[in-house]
Ligand binder design. Structure first.
Ligand code: TUI
Length: 313
């Protein structure tokens, strides 16, 4: 499926999803992205259903355009949040960190478009059968909780295996990444890290500065040994994780260390001992700008790149 049919399906102008970032993607950020023609996404993260209800109420005041809700399937509130999203009849649901299989019928019966994040071909095939409307192929370049495969290898392999429209995610922050994603077989992209420094993003200023200052190798993975690898910007916390992994510290003890770490960085601004989750492309995100400028830059320059591209034999 091409990008225009995807836009038609979702009733959006541009095939650009804003990544649902826990503790960060609220109604203000998502509303600004949707108003600019992309698909803004509110991230439920570990929040209770009441928080989501409040944010959905807010975004409906900010925009009359479609928006999405990201449901993080490791959340203790996942069932209640899944019910709330169905009750609120949100236009789009994106899921992450697990399989949304058991909620699919409930969401579909409300006419909600469902886009699960898939880290593998196996899961893509399974979710196509369950009735997903599209898939987000998120490579290991992404920030936060990640899979093993790169965007470069995941997108074309999923593209060969399913018919659904695909959104490429992980490592994409500009027109070059957008154009590449289209070549790989995606109909659209999801962008997280670049929106961290948007004016409309309410993440703590220390977090924004950390992204602006980051260089190419600063977004490192912790917790590969725990089975829950997370990519975040190098700091005292990632050094501590590295030490703990080297010393084979028990899994539970490490998970305890990670609990609340994202909130600490994103809300309290403690970017030394908190978790500054971001993707590998953070090195390219060097300024603050509006969501509208980000979307316009992505669209205009991708169209230009493709139009001017010449490759002949
Ligand atoms: O979910 C994400 N990224 C996230 S969630 C998050 S919140 C968090 N906070 C503290 C610790 C850990 C997480 C931060 N970043 N991305 C989508 C994503 N989904 N990446 C990988 C997956 C995934 C992994 C396994 C999706 C499905 C899956 O299925 C396993 C199975 O078979 O159930």
């Amino acid at each position: 499926m091409g990008y225009s049919s995807l836009c038609e399906m979702l009733n959006i102008k541009y095939p650009i999803f804003q990544g649902g970032m826990a503790w960060i993607s609220d109604a203000e950020l998502a509303g600004a992205v949707s108003n600019a023609g992309g698909l803004g996404i509110i991230a439920a993260g570990n929040a209770p259903p009441e928080w989501l209800e409040e944010q959905v109420y807010k975004i409906r005041k900010l925009t009359d355009k479609p928006f999405g809700v990201n449901i993080m399937l490791m959340s203790p509130y996942k069932d209640a949040v899944a019910d709330a999203a169905a009750f609120l009849e949100v236009p789009v649901i994106v899921t992450g960190a697990g399989s949304p299989g058991k909620y699919m019928d409930m969401w579909k019966s409300k006419g909600i478009k469902v886009f699960p994040v898939v880290p593998t071909v196996t899961m893509a095939i399974r979710l196509e059968r369950t009735g997903a409307d599209g898939l987000i192929c998120e490579g290991t370049e992404a920030g936060g909780h990640i899979g093993e495969l790169t965007t470069m290898t995941l997108v074309p392999q999923v593209s060969d295996a399913v018919k659904l429209p695909l959104i490429a995610a992980g490592g994409i922050a500009d027109a070059r990444g957008f154009a590449a994603a289209l070549m790989l077989g995606a109909s659209g992209i999801q962008v997280g890290t670049r929106f961290l420094t948007a004016f409309e993003c309410n993440v703590h200023q220390n977090y924004k500065q950390m992204i602006i200052d980051a260089k190419d190798t600063d977004a490192v993975v912790s917790g590969r040994t725990t089975g829950h690898p997370v990519r975040s910007i190098k700091n005292r916390l990632t050094s501590k994780f590295k030490r703990m992994e080297k010393n084979n510290v028990p899994l539970l003890e490490m998970e305890k260390e990670g609990e609340g770490a994202l909130r600490k960085a994103a809300i309290d601004g403690d970017v030394k001992t908190g978790s500054v989750m971001a993707g590998q492309i953070a090195g390219m995100v060097n300024k603050e700008e509006s969501c509208e400028d980000i979307i316009t830059d992505l669209m205009e320059n991708t169209v230009k790149l493709i139009k001017n591209f010449r490759f002949e034999v």
